[in-house]
Design a protein around this ligand. Structure first.
Ligand SMILES: Nc1ncnc2c1ncn2[C@@H]1O[C@H](COP(=O)(O)OP(=O)(O)OP(=O)(O)O)[C@@H](O)[C@H]1O
Length: 644
């Protein structure tokens, strides 16, 4: 029906009226854009921005407006740009930010690609090519259409990173070799040695690996190597995209440094200013609530000699561009993360791009071969990892923590092997399990084990919370977590969280009725300077032993206690989205998958969900849904994977 209305508008040759009841749809738009909006490909905002840009630049060609609107849509769905040749396929896959929107069900009037490209390139709205004018809002480069500001961020990243890789720092090979072998002395440490040597020699290191492959351990020890080689006063910054990830990084790095001191003695670890602190990337850059700019930028660089960014898969393209702007050209940047996980909720999949992009041959592999000849991947046997070294990419491959089955399962998903994934899930065993519901969406009585786990976790949390044992309550909070792809709908957080709440209350009863019920699991939903709590932090309300209550957050080993009246906005957390859970791990994870048709169901989503589990994962979903997820890698368009 929407398409009929648009077609009617088309015939009239004037602005079309489209679905007045739906706020996402423009109620008046030019016919071509109205048709795409009616089909759910564009939203009202996409159309409005494109039409406005047309007015400002005097461009009245509707196909150019369509390209601009698709560039806005691309950003909304996490892509940096839209490839015009690919646009029809992408549109047919539905809208990732509105999974409930229907897929286009009528053939859409896509312009002829050659004519469309020619119109875009000669438009006054568009800068044509890398050398096109700097004052146009949209840019076309090799078939890709960008909103210009994202193209500029992409250029910052591309140019800065290429410059970083073009030359090496002045380091004494013998000192480096000695330090690296001293800090990583086991045979299985080969890749970790390589990472530490890369971080010392190169101004860019990309340290990747699946869960438990030793990334954080490597960060701690490479800081020690750097200080051994470059001097104890080296200024090191540790940062992560979220407060929770930063807290985890700080804890893990300092614990590893303590272990090193235990092993080798304080004198052998010249680590000034220990313990090291970690912050969010925003805080490191000097985020100011009243400004759109960070305190540190090209004109006021960060003082650090080394910046380590953990959980780099969650870093957006614009944020990495701001980090590179703020970093001194001679400072080292170490990006650490797992590129197979879900990318940033904002624009870009920059870690994945840096791992996948073709790089020019650089000096690093040759130098590493001199320093650590036995540890450099063999170009004949390990082509991919050997070539990646030119880009500063070191991949850790030995899982040290993961249970055997969980590692194999995560690997099958990562490789896109749906049959192997289903076989491993169906084989059951101690670490993984598949529960296949009768219908498209699981009903609560189809997962009795889930109810028992949620009740048991709730009871453990409540028992510790009642006893005033904050560490025990936080420990119990990490026992089991229910994860979902969607926020709303039958397979969404809202429905499953309220079910979980009913189950928990059913067993434990209302201990202390009201908002600060003892044992209530909390999720912080905003950043708060006063308490230092960040969006995504989780905690528990515990008894304070004096008849009152206090909320406990952070790591069980060092709980942070905050009185309820000082808390920022919080929610009860019985279930969360997979996105939210990124950067956290739980002993036991249950993930409820949406129907196979959901555009949110992707390989990265399933991989991220599975790898949140330390011991066991239960996947609730149809075989079709598992297959759809494994076979659908997220496609985020970006120019970084191309030569220019
Ligand atoms: N070379 C090694 N040999 C043996 N054990 C190691 C090695 N490197 C790390 N480990 C151990 O493996 C476990 C996981 O290491 P670590 O936490 O550094 O991994 P990670 O990749 O950061 O994991 P995640 O991404 O899941 O946080 C730790 O217990 C650590 O002590």
């Amino acid at each position: 029906m929407r398409a009929d209305r648009a077609a009617a508008g088309d015939r009239a040759g004037s602005a079309a009226d489209v679905d007045l009841g739906d706020p996402r749809r423009p109620w008046r738009a030019e016919p071509l854009l109205a048709t795409f909006a009616a089909a759910g490909v564009l939203t009202s905002a996409d159309v409005r921005v494109a039409e406005r840009l047309g007015v400002l630049t005097g461009e009245d060609d509707a196909t150019v407006h369509l390209a601009a609107a698709l560039a806005v849509r691309a950003v909304r769905s996490g892509s940096v740009c839209v490839d015009l040749a690919d646009a029809p396929t992408l549109a047919a896959e539905g809208s990732p930010d509105d999974p409930d929107a229907p897929l286009p069900d009528v053939p859409l009037p896509w312009p002829d690609l050659d004519a469309w490209t020619a119109a875009v390139r000669r438009s006054a709205l568009v800068a044509d090519g890398v050398d096109g004018p700097a004052d146009r809002p949209v840019r076309w480069v090799d078939g890709r259409v960008y909103l210009d500001r994202y193209w500029r961020d992409e250029q910052v990243v591309r140019r800065d990173i290429d410059a970083r890789l073009a030359s090496l720092l002045d380091v004494d090979d013998d000192a480096l070799r000695t330090a690296v072998h001293a800090r990583f002395d086991r045979p299985q440490d080969a890749r970790q040695r390589l990472a530490a040597a890369t971080a010392t020699l190169s101004r860019l290191t990309v340290l990747t690996g699946g869960p438990g492959t030793g990334k954080t351990t490597t960060v701690a020890r490479l800081v020690a190597v750097l200080r051994d080689v470059a001097g104890p006063d080296l200024r090191v910054a540790l940062a992560a995209p979220t407060g929770k990830a930063a807290a985890r990084l700080q804890e893990a790095v300092n614990a590893e440094l303590d272990r090193m001191v235990e092993r080798t003695g304080d004198a052998a670890v010249p680590l000034n200013a220990r313990p090291l602190t970690a912050s969010t990337i925003h805080r490191l850059l000097g985020w100011r609530p009243s400004s759109t700019r960070f305190a540190h930028d090209r004109t006021h660089r960060l003082p650090h000699d080394v910046v380590v960014l953990d959980e780099a898969s969650m870093v957006s393209l614009p944020l990495l561009a701001r980090v590179l702007d703020a970093l001194r050209p001679d400072a080292r940047l170490v990006l650490v993360g797992d590129p197979d996980q879900l990318a940033s909720v904002e624009v870009g999949a920059v870690l994945g791009d840096l791992v996948a992009r073709p790089v020019r041959p650089g000096p690093l592999p040759g130098r590493l071969a001199t320093v650590l000849p036995a540890d450099v991947p063999d170009a004949a046997a390990d082509t991919r990892d050997a070539a990646a070294l030119h880009g500063g990419v070191v991949r850790l491959v030995v899982p040290h923590r993961f249970g055997h089955e969980l590692g194999a399962l995560a690997d099958a998903v990562r490789r896109g092997d749906a049959d192997a994934t289903l076989d491993l899930l169906r084989a059951g065993g101690a670490h993984a399990r598949l529960i296949e519901p009768a219908g498209d969406v699981p009903q609560d009585d189809e997962v009795p084990g889930l109810r028992l786990d949620i009740e048991a976790t709730g009871a453990r949390i409540a028992a510790s919370a009642r006893a005033g044992d904050a560490a025990g309550a936080l420990e119990a909070l990490g026992t089991h977590r229910l994860l979902l792809a969607h926020r709303r709908g039958p397979a969404g957080v809202a429905r499953w969280a309220s079910l979980a709440q009913r189950w928990v209350e059913h067993t434990s009863g209302e201990l202390h009725p009201g908002p600060w019920r003892v044992g209530r699991p909390l999720l912080v939903t905003t950043n708060d300077r006063t308490t230092g709590l960040s969006n995504g932090d989780t905690g528990v309300v515990v008894a304070d032993g004096e008849g009152g209550v206090v909320a406990a957050f952070g790591e069980p080993r060092a709980p942070r206690l905050v009185r309820p009246h000082r808390l920022p906005a919080v929610e009860t957390v019985h279930a969360m989205t997979v996105h939210r859970a990124q950067g956290s791990q739980f002993a036991f994870v249950t993930v409820v998958l949406p129907p196979a048709s959901s555009p949110l169901l992707t390989r990265e989503l399933l991989y991220t969900a599975i790898t949140r589990a330390r011991e066991h994962v239960r996947v609730v979903g149809s075989a079709d849904a598992v297959r759809a997820a494994v076979e659908r890698p997220v496609r985020r368009a970006s120019g970084l994977r191309f030569p220019r």
